[in-house]
Design a protein around this ligand. Structure first.
Ligand code: PRX
Length: 654
C-alpha cells in the first residue's frame, strides 16, 4: 500500500508568487540569493551572525563569548549584561528624532482612543518600576499580570523587565481556577490587573476574578488595580489592594534599569499541556530581546515609518515577540486594540486599518477565516490600500484563506507572510523573508538565519524532501525556552529526550524541493488510515472550500479495521441546514480533492469549536469528546468552557 506522498498533494498543486517589486525596494533582504547566502553563512558561523545582531542593541556590559554549550544546555552572551527596557524604551526616548514619535495608538473596544509617545512611555515605565521597587519586589521575583491589551499593560511589563522581575501574563478572561493555578505554580508575589475589560460589548469584571483566584493559600502580598472602567464597582481589600493611578501619581519619575545577564529569566508564560498541568515556559530576557529583534526586523521588515498593528492579545506570546519586545526594539508605531476585532460591527478590523493607515498587519488564521466569512463586499467598503504586509501565526493558513487574504485584504500588492512559531520557540524560526523568498500559499516559508531545521522520522533520521516527518531544530537560538518553571525534568523529557542534540517541536512538517517548509499540525494530527498518511490540514482545507462550511477540524478516531479513521467537525453558515445531504456532499468533496481513502467516516455539525484565546482549535479535546465525554487533559486554556459542554451534547445527540 502507498505511504507518502499521500497528503502532500496540495504542495504539488501550489502556486508560487513573487514578492511585489514595490515591496522589495523597502525590504532588508531583497533577493532569494541574498537570503541563501546570509543563511549559509549564519549556519557556518552562528557566532558571527548573532554577534552582528548584538551590535545593533545597547549593552550595559559585553563579554567576548557569544554562544556557550549546546542543546539543551546553552547560553547566549554569558556574563554580558543587557536590559530589555533600555533597548525598547530608553534608546528611543533618548533619540531626539524618535522621542516624540507615537509608540502606541490605543483603541478600546468602546471606541475610546489614546496615544502615547516614546518619551511618555519612558516616564511611565520608570514610575511603575519605582512602584514595584517600593513594594519590595526585586530581581527574580514573579508577578502575575491579568490585563487586556492596554497601554498600561505594556507599561507594567516593561517596568518588570527594567527591574528583572519575571512577569507572567495570563489571558484576561481566564477563569479564577486557571488564574489561580498559574499564580500558585509560579509562586507569584503580586498580581497586577485591570478592574475590567470590554469584550464583545460585555464587561469582564477582572478584579472579581482575581479576588476569587486568591481564595486560599498563595504567596501574593499585593494586588495593583488599574481602573479601566470607571463606573465598575471594584471592592478593594485593605492593606493588599492598591490603585494604579494613585501609586503612579506619587512615584518618582526616574528609575535606573537593573543590569541583567543575557540569560537571566525575563518572562514566564504558560502553555497548555496535552495532559496534566499547564507548563510554565521560561524565557531569558536578554535572549528574547536578541531573537525577537532579529525576527521582527527581517521577517516583518519593521522600519521607522511603519504603522503596525498586531492583533494578538497580550496573553499570547505573539504580542511579546512582535510588539512588546521585537516591535518596540525597532522603534515603530504600534496600534493596540482592546477587544474583539468584529465588534461592534463586522468591519471593525478594516475600519482600524483605514483610520490609522496601517501598512503592516499581523493576525491569525482564525481572524482571516472570519473575515472571509464576512465576505468580499464588506472589505471593499473600506480603504485598505495602505497595507503592504500581512503576517499570520498560530495555525495552518490554508491556501483558500491565503488566496482570499492576498486578493481581498492585500489587494494583490501586499506580501503575505505565514510565520511558524511556538510559545517554546519564543519566536518564528520559519517565515518568508518578505522581499526575498517566493510566497507559496499554505507554506510557512524558510528557516530563519542561524536556525538549522530538519524533518526526521521517529529515530531522528532525515526523511526525503516532500515526505512528512517530525520537525526538529538542531541549533540553539536565543529565544528558545530555557526551562519549564520549577520542573527541569519535564523540560528535558518533553523537548530533548526523543532525539538527542535536537529540540523537538512536536509538529509534523514537509520540506519541499525548494527548501520551503509546510507545517501540517501537531504530530498527533497526522492520521494514518490503512497505511495512508493524511494530514488533517489538507482535509480541513478541502472542507473549508465548500460554500456552507465556516470552520473544519479533522481528528483521528481508532478503528478496529483501518487502525484510525478521520472524523470531521464542522461549523456551517447559519443559513444552511445541517442534514445528511450536506454531510454526503462534504464527504464527496474530500474524496474528489484527496481520494476515497481520505473520506471522513463521519461529519459532526457543531455550533462552536473548542478554542484557545488565541483562536486555535483544540483538536485534542475533539478527540477526547469522541472517545467519551470525560475531558482528561488541561482545559484551563479554553476561551469559553461553555463551548465544550455544548459540543459534548451536540456530538452525543448526532
Ligand atoms: O502546531 C503549531 C501551530 O501552533 C503551535 C504553537 O502554538 P503557540 O504556542 O500558541 O504559538 C505561539 C506563536 C508564537 C505550533 O506547534 N502553528 C503555529 N504557527 C503555525 C502553526 N501551524 C501551522 N502553520 C503555522 N504557521
Amino acid at each position: 500500500m502507498m505511504d507518502a506522498p499521500n497528503g502532500v498533494d496540495f504542495i504539488q498543486k501550489s502556486k508560487s508568487f513573487r514578492p511585489p517589486s514595490s515591496y522589495v525596494e523597502q525590504s532588508y533582504i531583497t533577493s532569494a540569493d541574498m537570503y541563501s547566502e546570509i543563511y549559509r553563512a549564519s549556519i557556518e558561523d552562528p557566532v558571527a551572525f548573532w554577534s552582528d545582531i548584538a551590535d545593533e542593541l545597547d549593552w550595559v556590559h559585553r563579554e567576548q563569548t557569544v554562544i556557550e554549550g549546546s542543546l539543551p544546555d546553552f547560553r547566549f552572551f554569558p556574563g554580558s549584561q543587557i536590559n530589555v527596557s533600555l533597548n525598547c524604551v530608553d534608546r528611543h526616548a533618548n533619540n531626539p528624532l524618535r522621542r516624540n514619535k507615537v509608540a502606541f495608538f490605543f483603541e478600546g473596544e468602546n471606541g475610546e482612543t489614546r496615544s502615547l509617545t516614546y518619551l511618555q512611555l519612558h516616564r511611565n515605565v520608570q514610575k511603575f518600576a519605582n512602584v514595584l521597587h517600593n513594594f519590595g519586589l526585586a530581581k527574580g521575583d514573579v508577578v502575575s499580570v491579568y490585563m487586556q491589551n492596554l497601554p498600561e499593560t505594556y507599561i507594567v511589563l516593561l517596568a518588570c523587565l527594567r527591574m528583572g522581575i519575571i512577569y507572567n501574563t495570563v489571558f484576561a478572561g481566564f477563569s479564577p481556577e486557571a488564574l489561580r493555578e498559574r499564580i500558585v505554580t509560579s509562586n507569584a508575589k503580586a498580581v497586577i490587573c485591570s478592574n475590567g475589560s470590554y469584550r464583545r460589548g460585555k464587561v469582564l469584571a477582572l478584579k472579581e476574578t482575581v479576588d476569587a483566584a486568591l481564595q486560599g493559600e498563595h504567596a501574593v502580598r499585593h494586588v495593583i488595580v488599574f481602573n479601566r472602567i470607571a463606573d465598575l464597582a471594584t471592592p478593594m481589600v485593605q492593606g493588599r489592594d492598591y490603585d494604579y493611578t494613585e501609586l503612579m501619581r506619587t512615584a518618582p519619575a526616574t528609575c535606573d534599569a537593573v543590569p541583567l545577564d543575557c540569560n537571566d529569566p525575563g518572562l514566564l508564560i504558560f502553555t497548555s499541556g496535552t495532559s496534566g498541568k499547564p507548563k510554565g515556559i521560561v524565557h531569558a530576557g536578554g535572549g528574547f530581546l536578541l531573537g525577537t529583534y532579529a525576527y521582527s526586523k527581517y521577517q516583518l521588515d519593521l522600519r521607522d515609518e511603519d504603522v503596525y498593528w498586531n492583533t494578538a492579545d497580550i496573553g499570547w506570546l505573539t504580542a511579546h515577540i512582535f510588539v512588546l519586545v521585537g516591535g518596540l526594539a525597532l522603534g515603530v508605531t504600534n496600534v493596540i486594540y482592546e477587544g474583539a476585532i468584529d465588534h461592534p460591527h463586522q468591519g471593525r478590523l478594516y475600519e482600524i486599518v483605514e483610520r490609522y493607515q496601517i501598512n503592516k498587519l499581523f493576525s491569525a488564521p482564525t481572524a482571516f477565516r472570519m473575515l472571509m466569512k464576512y465576505g468580499e463586499a464588506l472589505a471593499q467598503t473600506y480603504d485598505l490600500s495602505s497595507i503592504r504586509l500581512i503576517a499570520s501565526v498560530g495555525e495552518p493558513l490554508n491556501p483558500e484563506a491565503w488566496n482570499w487574504v492576498y486578493r481581498v485584504v492585500g489587494g494583490g500588492h501586499a506580501v503575505i507572510n505565514n510565520t511558524w512559531g511556538q510559545t517554546e520557540t519564543g519566536g518564528t524560526p520559519l517565515a518568508s523573508l518578505p522581499g526575498a523568498t517566493a510566497m507559496k500559499p499554505g507554506s510557512c516559508g524558510v528557516p530563519f538565519f542561524g536556525h538549522s531545521l530538519d524533518v526526521v522520522d521517529h529515530e531522528g533520521r532525515p526523511v526525503k524532501d516532500g515526505t512528512p516527518g517530525l520537525l526538529i531544530i538542531r541549533t540553539p537560538f536565543p529565544t528558545l525556552a530555557r526551562d519549564v518553571f520549577g520542573n527541569r525534568n519535564r523540560y528535558l523529557q518533553n523537548y530533548f529526550e526523543q532525539i538527542p542534540g535536537a529540540y523537538i517541536t512536536g509538529d509534523s512538517a514537509i520540506r519541499d524541493h525548494d527548501g520551503h517548509y509546510w507545517v501540517l499540525g501537531r504530530v498527533d494530527d497526522v492520521i494514518n488510515v490503512a497505511g495512508h498518511r493524511i494530514s488533517t490540514m489538507e482535509m480541513e482545507s478541502s472542507l473549508i472550500q465548500h460554500e456552507s462550511v465556516v470552520e473544519a477540524a479533522v481528528v483521528a478516531q481508532p478503528d478496529a479495521i483501518k487502525g484510525t479513521v478521520p472524523v470531521a467537525f464542522v461549523t456551517i453558515d447559519n443559513r444552511v441546514l445541517p442534514d445528511d445531504g450536506l454531510a454526503k456532499a462534504l464527504q464527496l468533496k474530500v474524496i474528489e480533492d484527496i481520494g476515497s481513502f481520505a473520506k471522513p467516516e463521519r461529519i459532526h455539525f457543531v455550533s462552536v469549536m473548542p478554542k484557545t484565546r488565541s483562536g486555535k482549535i483544540m483538536r485534542r479535546m475533539l478527540r477526547e469528546v469522541l472517545e467519551g465525554s470525560v475531558i482528561q487533559g488541561d482545559i484551563t486554556g479554553l476561551e469559553d468552557s461553555d463551548a465544550l459542554t455544548m459540543l459534548i451534547s451536540e456530538v452525543q445527540d448526532s
